[in-house]
Design a protein around this ligand. Structure first.
Ligand SMILES: Nc1ccn([C@@H]2O[C@H](COP(=O)(O)OP(=O)(O)OP(=O)(O)O)[C@@H](O)[C@H]2O)c(=O)n1
Ligand SMILES: C[C@](O)(CO)[C@H](O)COP(=O)(O)O
Length: 254
């Protein structure tokens, strides 16, 4: 490869300051009736507080921006005041929007200029281990513009023609090679300027932030995810999350 055609070396961001944006404005429709999902309790503590503690546990993260349900910013501020959180971390709370994408953008709008690496983490993934958070930060600091934690799939995946009526049989169009597929989690980590450009450029609906950066043609890489970083989506996930918390408490010996 000639010098001209060689890709530009990644810019390391070793001195960067890291902020986390936590979108927590979703209703949790798939979880069933009740309070907004992020405010529901797991073993007595709101899911959002678990998620905030998980991110603030990283020594890299010095600011957490919580994106609250649109009419719930005051309630979320009170929750933060009522729970023990690390003193070295700053917190901001802003109201969210109609979609996850809009909520993340509102969180980005609130970021002070000093932060040049941004993590976006679902409140609905309250149990992500700190090692996963640190791995993502380190990969962004090493120069990747976008980093996603990912796991291989256990199930085979089919592409289908979605049925007009739920429950009707769906024609199978193909079977992607499973070994090439990954289930992606959060926190997803970004060079701040790249993520902001992605949110300004990609206006149609997408399901994660990294895919917006892919649309820009920027490099997105995976790092190993963790099975405890699963997303609480349906009622059975609540059972699993509480079981994981109980196991952690027993392992910690209290
Ligand atoms: N308008 C929205 C929708 C979602 N989210 C957040 O995005 C994350 C991932 O979304 P998901 O798990 O789909 O949560 P909900 O949208 O609440 O779930 P559902 O689709 O079942 O209503 C959650 O932390 C959720 O609070 C958000 O901040 N703003
Ligand atoms: C961002 C995400 O958690 C990555 O897996 C996921 O895409 C969120 O999807 P949802 O539709 O908001 O549940």
């Amino acid at each position: 490869m000639s010098d001209e055609s060689r890709p530009a070396p990644a810019e390391p961001r070793q001195d960067s300051r890291v902020a986390a944006v936590i979108p927590a404005a979703g209703r949790g429709v798939r979880l069933g009736p009740g309070a907004p999902k992020a405010l529901r309790a797991l073993n007595g503590t709101p899911m959002l507080i678990h998620a905030i503690r998980a991110l603030a546990a990283s020594r890299h993260v010095s600011l957490v921006v919580v994106v609250a349900p649109p009419d719930g910013a005051a309630e979320v501020k009170s929750l933060l005041d009522a729970h023990a959180l690390p003193e070295r971390t700053d917190f901001l709370v802003v109201p969210g929007g109609e979609s996850r994408q809009e909520s993340v953008r509102l969180g980005l709008d609130a970021l002070p200029p000093a932060y040049d690496v941004v993590l976006v983490h679902d409140a609905a993934r309250p149990l992500v281990p700190v090692d996963t958070v640190d791995t993502v930060v380190e990969a962004v600091r090493a120069g990747a513009p976008a980093v996603v934690p990912a796991l291989p799939l256990a199930d085979t995946v089919k592409e289908v023609e979605p049925a007009a009526v739920p429950g009707e049989p769906e024609p199978v169009l193909g079977t992607p090679v499973r070994a090439r597929l990954r289930a992606v989690q959060t926190p997803q980590g970004f060079d701040r300027a790249t993520l902001i450009r992605a949110h300004e450029t990609v206006l149609d609906d997408v399901t994660d932030d990294a895919s917006m950066v892919e649309r820009l043609g920027e490099r997105v890489v995976t790092v190993p995810g963790h099975e405890e970083a699963f997303k609480v989506t349906r009622p059975l996930d609540l059972v699993l999350a509480e079981a994981v918390l109980t196991r952690r408490r027993l392992n910690d010996g209290f």
